[in-house]
Ligand binder design. Structure first.
Ligand SMILES: [Cu+2]
Ligand SMILES: [Zn+2]
Length: 172
């Protein structure tokens, strides 16, 4: 009897293995052209979520990047205009803060990430560490990269001032 239980427990452990592996690979696409811009690998680390970009083809400089609510990168109409990536919705904000304060503040959107540094050749490889997120929080949502930088505030412009959405990847 005891051997049977142990065997059953072992099977359960093996079956649960892959589902528990805290890792996701997110394919990122340019919203205008639809071309691939590479991937971002997400893993859980000691200091929180670690995003490892392997991106290319982006405009050089700092870019706002956030976890957006919906796993949908399609365009959506706003004020009579089709806006690229708008179907991804707003920044992931499960506590309903409605405040953009960056990844190191407790009071704002939980989906706020450290800005993405894009090199002169259009690649981005510097990892981002996000203390308040885990891989599990990403599932079914989207990572969105913006045209401009991110000042981690709603002033002088809302949502860090990053402006238009230029790239997006759904976390499956
Ligand atoms: Cu965003
Ligand atoms: Zn935000």
């Amino acid at each position: 009897m005891r051997a049977t239980v142990t065997a059953a427990a072992l099977v359960l452990t093996l079956a649960a293995g892959p589902a528990l592996a805290a890792k996701a690979v997110i394919a990122v696409t340019a919203l205008e052209s639809g071309s691939s811009l590479g991937t971002i690998e997400a893993v859980d680390g000691k200091q929180g979520l670690v995003l490892k970009p392997k991106l290319f083809g982006l405009p050089a400089g700092p870019h706002g990047i956030h976890l957006h609510q919906n796993g949908d990168c399609s365009a959506k109409e706003q004020d009579g205009k089709l806006v690229p990536g708008l179907a991804a919705g707003g920044h992931f904000d499960p506590k309903g803060s409605s405040k953009h304060m960056g990844p190191w503040s407790e009071g704002g959107h939980q989906g706020d990430l450290p800005a993405l540094a894009v090199n002169g050749d259009g690649t981005a490889t510097d990892p981002l560490v996000v203390p308040r997120l885990k891989v599990a929080d990403l599932k079914g949502r989207a990572i969105v990269i913006h045209a401009g930088a991110d000042n981690y505030a709603d002033e002088p412009k809302p949502l860090g001032g990053g402006g238009p959405r230029i790239a997006c990847g759904i976390v499956k």
